[in-house]
Design a protein around this ligand. Structure first.
Ligand SMILES: [Zn+2]
Length: 251
């Protein structure tokens, strides 16, 4: 086994560890809420306290190219685009187009998608977590967010869903959000997590360019332009088959 694979694996484990924070979570649970059929937010849904309004959700970009042929096949390992904001209040319009000088994957023409991280308080683990979803799901959640907020705003125009209970579930191949009821004590606990630094840049797992080059080297033929990659002489044989970003792969 080549050394670089061991090193990469180790780095992944360290990142996984980092995403868990100071072991606030039991085994198998991380800062990311696992979404989808076998996740924590499935058709049965789960209660949270929403910690930020949609304008303050963290928007970033991901290189991902997948097809469904009986099962999901990734043409290359999903990774964060280096031409992405590092914080929630960044000027997102600056990042809409691929950044060929900032990101080797953009330069290689790898498929690029917008993703959202939504900060929530999880009453089960009594801390903040993030719901990390692609644009399509975020769009649906934003529409539901507005719908949930509207009736209360009629009575109190200053009302905000931020700091209030929501119920999120998988529904029709996407996610739905509605207002929910949680004990006042839980809402009070959640307050401490509103407006804190959620560490989005760490959670987005920005990789070293050399890591990304290794990912692109192993990409399925035709999915990226490998001619732009620096020739490193690094091994580019069979993939390790591992997928340590699994907690972020919602669909
Ligand atoms: Zn990129």
């Amino acid at each position: 086994m080549s050394n670089i694979r061991d090193i990469l694996k180790q780095r992944e484990q360290q990142r996984d560890q980092a995403s868990k924070g100071d072991s606030e979570f039991p085994d198998g649970i991380t800062r990311y809420v696992r979404m989808g059929k076998h996740g924590e937010v499935n058709a049965d849904g789960k209660d949270f306290v929403i910690l930020a309004q949609p304008d303050d959700w963290f928007v970033y970009f991901v290189h991902e190219d997948k097809v469904f042929e009986g099962k999901t096949i990734h043409k290359f390992r999903k990774h964060t685009c280096l031409h992405s904001p590092k914080e929630a209040d960044a000027d997102i319009l600056k990042y809409f187009k691929p950044g060929k000088t900032e990101c080797i994957s953009c330069k290689a023409g790898a498929k690029r998608k917008m993703f959202f991280m939504i900060p929530v308080f999880d009453p089960q683990y009594k801390t903040y977590r993030v719901i990390d979803v692609a644009e399509f799901h975020a769009n649906n959640l934003i529409a539901d967010y507005d719908k949930a907020e509207k009736p209360a705003k009629k009575f109190n125009k200053d009302y905000s869903l931020v700091g209030d209970a929501v119920f999120i579930k998988q529904s029709d191949k996407t996610y739905a959000l509605e207002s929910a009821e949680l004990d006042e004590a839980i809402l009070e606990e959640a307050k401490a997590f509103i407006g804190i630094d959620y560490g989005y840049a760490d959670l987005a797992n920005f990789r070293e360019e050399s890591d990304i080059v290794a990912i692109l080297q192993e990409a399925e033929e035709g999915s990226v332009d490998k001619s732009v990659l620096p020739s490193t002489g690094a091994t580019n044989d069979a993939s390790d088959g591992g997928n340590n970003d699994a907690q972020k792969y919602n669909f």
